[in-house]
Design a protein around this ligand. Structure first.
Ligand SMILES: O=P(O)(O)OC[C@H]1O[C@H](OP(=O)(O)OP(=O)(O)O)[C@H](O)[C@@H]1O
Ligand code: HPA
Length: 175
């Protein structure tokens, strides 16, 4: 089946929104240091772009969690693939995600992370698909709310491909 991609959010619009989020976070954390947790692999592009636009001191750590296999639907089982290198105690933590869909990944992760006693714990996502939510998740910073369509680009993949597209696109399949 042939794969087609239709642009949903252009590169310029994504960049502008990330700039706004960086400014907001910098204002809200004035005088503090923020510890960003990048959820691999999808949020790597967003984390890099956002971190460059935050003007308070930033540290970064990485975690990997997986529930989507080779398809477009979650398996429903979230697995921790790689844990953080650093402890979180006393840190102002912001978890950075590329997308919140069913909410399963984040509700699982936030429970693990809050047990590690950070000074504060917030969630920032580039994309949110609220119509697909199965598990409730409180999101503090959202780039864009999007409809229930499978998207790729800006870190998001289909079967590990398309992460490098500089825009957000909707993937569809034609016979
Ligand atoms: O809200 P959910 O339905 O749980 O979906 C969101 C999660 O799915 C994607 O990760 P994926 O498991 O595909 O791993 P990847 O980031 O390595 O592509 C995405 O990066 C989120 O972590
Ligand atoms: O729409 C999506 N695209 C890519 N990966 C995803 N993981 C959850 N939702 C999506």
């Amino acid at each position: 089946m042939a794969e087609n991609i239709r642009v949903l959010i252009e590169e310029e619009k994504v960049d502008k929104r990330i700039e706004e989020l960086g400014k907001k976070i910098s204002e809200e954390y004035a005088g503090k240091e923020v510890h960003l947790i990048c959820i691999l692999k999808g949020s790597i592009f967003f984390t890099c772009e956002l971190a460059k636009r935050i003007t308070v001191p930033v540290t970064i750590d990485f975690m990997s969690c997986s529930s989507y296999g080779a398809g477009t639907r979650s398996s429903g089982v979230v697995k921790l693939v790689k844990d953080l290198d650093e402890p979180l105690e006393g840190k102002n933590v912001i978890v950075i995600e590329d997308i919140i869909d069913s909410g399963r990944t984040l509700s699982y992760l936030l429970e693990i992370l809050s047990a590690r006693k950070p000074a504060s714990l917030k969630l920032c996502t580039l994309l949110d698909k609220p119509d697909r939510r199965v598990m409730p998740v409180h999101v503090d910073y959202t780039g864009f709310e999007i409809p229930d369509e499978f998207v790729v680009g800006y870190g998001l993949d289909y079967d590990q491909r398309y992460r490098n597209l500089p825009y957000i696109g909707v993937l569809s399949f034609a016979e």
